[in-house]
Write a protein that binds this ligand. Structure first.
Ligand SMILES: *Cc1c(COP(=O)(O)O)cnc(C)c1O
Length: 498
């Protein structure tokens, strides 16, 4: 069963928790007990495909789904039609002891696909199980990657509608094109005049407006979320930690039982938290290294025990990590504090009213044992892309480059030589301008279209442009509209025809 981190909501089944998204007391749903696995389980995973590994892990967290339902959900999510690499999430050896776990072979070229291909299927199934009659309206505010991945994941999924809001000038050209050309009958995309915070605040207001929600309900609609606050988005991410480990054993890079480190480029703390669940379950993980860009709120928290969002927001080369409130930290605190929901509620109330909270030294020490942390700025990020390409012939996107550099610094400072898996969250093509500049200098962009930049990058790194990105050049624009931020509630109603 699933409970709220804030302790004031009833226990729910997995299907109910996934359909709800966020707990009614404002908390996040977490599993009441974390399943554990043994060496034998890991041995059994080793020869299996990603899909079968996924079923084995998901079954442990979603006991109310039948085996047939899970097989069906997984087969749809990770089919060869959706993922260009037959391994789905391949592990690439870069040096002795350093590996890249590539999570970007899905339809939108970023790691959000790993979860957002599965979540809509788990949700659809959940709606049938709990007998929900309402149509679910997924509202998304996006700084780029989540919006497109949600659109692709929910495209033509029965009983769901998706409305994506993105900041008019706050996403890359590729990200904008990916969204405004989206096909599918249940989807709408709208630019908002403002920045990402304006779009996110607008969505939050809609969620918390009870009169508004009641009027939607009268017309048979219920709002829900595709952000990583939804358990259905977190649980698919646990799988690839196990899968990466199984690959290393299968390919004889390690023997089973050997500890490994994962280095994770972090924003909302969803990805790295999934790694922590894997560790708690018994996967031989030594450290989960938390890598940030200059929005280094997590580095500061993991160093001092004070979480403070009272700081300047920086726009960086790794925009998907430009975040000051890492929502999933709430789940970590709940588990580390031994399920103390009163303490969690207090910290979150403080964060809400003063913008910060502090955890005890004892708690901090426990967190630090599992999560070393570090951050790098844009200049070092670009230099890392250049250096890694020169030394190893491997092109990193800016988010993954942050992780690479933090891993390097961590190794130097700690002397820890545990094999490290760098979690690679985006294709270098998705951030083509930053990557091309890092590899070929700033003149390399002069006067070039988005697509010329993609082609130049393909020539330099000798890899094909992902077809879904190349095709954007000739796609019809279906969602050209822009709205004022205060009009977001009425835009949703108009789109729903009410
Ligand atoms: C979303 C995203 C991240 C951050 O992941 P979190 O789960 O929010 O910590 C990192 N890199 C890329 C490319 C992303 O899209």
């Amino acid at each position: 069963m699933y409970v709220s981190t804030r302790g004031a909501a009833e226990k729910l089944t997995a299907a109910q928790a996934i359909a709800r998204g966020i707990a009614p007391d404002g908390g996040l749903f977490v599993p009441e007990a974390i399943p554990s696995v043994d060496g034998e389980f890991l041995t059994r995973l080793t020869p299996l495909t990603y899909q079968v590994r996924a079923e084995a892990i998901l079954r442990l967290f979603l006991p109310d789904y039948t085996a047939a339902e899970l097989t069906d959900c997984v087969a749809g999510a990770y089919s060869s039609e959706k993922f260009s690499n037959t391994d789905v999430a391949p592990v690439i050896k870069i040096t002795d002891g350093t590996f890249a776990l590539e999570l970007w072979h899905g339809p939108t070229s970023a790691f959000k696909d790993m979860a957002l291909q599965l979540l809509p299927r788990l949700l659809s199934c959940a709606l049938k199980k709990i007998g929900e009659q309402a149509e679910i309206v997924i509202l998304v505010a996006t700084s780029g990657d989540t919006g497109k991945a949600a659109l692709e994941g929910f495209k033509d999924v029965e009983q769901t509608r998706v409305m994506v809001f993105y900041p008019e000038d706050g996403v890359s050209q590729i990200q904008r094109l990916q969204m405004i050309t989206q096909e599918g009958n249940n989807l709408r995309v709208m630019a908002v005049k403002g920045n990402f915070d304006d779009a996110q605040t607008g969505v939050k207001h809609i969620f918390s407006d009870s009169a508004y929600n009641a009027s939607l309900a009268e017309h048979g609609y219920k709002l829900s979320s595709a952000n990583s606050i939804n358990w259905g988005r977190l649980v698919p991410q646990i799988v690839y930690y196990f899968s990466a480990y199984a690959d290393l054993v299968r390919d004889k890079h390690i023997t089973q039982g050997t500890l490994v480190n994962f280095v994770v480029p972090t924003g909302n703390f969803g990805n790295i938290l999934a790694g922590y669940y894997a560790k708690l379950m018994g996967l031989p993980v030594n450290k989960l290294i938390c890598a940030s860009n200059s929005n280094n709120v997590l580095t500061d928290f993991l160093t001092t025990g004070v979480y403070s969002r009272n700081r300047q927001f920086h726009k960086t080369y790794s925009p998907s990590m430009d975040i000051l409130i890492s929502s999933n930290l709430e789940r970590l605190l709940y588990h580390i504090a031994g399920g103390n929901s009163a303490a969690v509620s207090e910290w979150m109330a403080e964060l809400n009213s003063t913008g910060q909270y502090r955890v005890s030294d004892e708690l901090l020490a426990t967190i630090q044992k599992a999560f070393p942390a570090g951050w790098v700025g844009d200049e070092e990020t670009a230099a890392t892309i250049g250096q890694v390409y020169k030394e190893h012939g491997y092109a990193l996107d800016p988010h993954t480059a942050v992780a690479w550099k933090v891993a390097e610094k961590y190794r130097r400072q700690s002397g820890d030589v545990t094999p490290a898996i760098i979690v690679s969250t985006a294709s270098p093509f998705k951030f083509n301008e930053t990557v091309l500049t890092a590899l070929a200098g700033s003149d390399s962009l002069a006067g070039k279209s988005e697509f010329a930049v993609l082609n130049d990058l393909a020539k330099i790194i000798n890899r094909p442009v992902p077809p879904a990105l190349a095709e954007l050049e000739h796609k019809l624009v279906r969602h050209p509209r822009v709205c004022e931020k205060q009009d977001m509630p009425s835009v949703v109603k108009i789109e729903l025809d009410i």
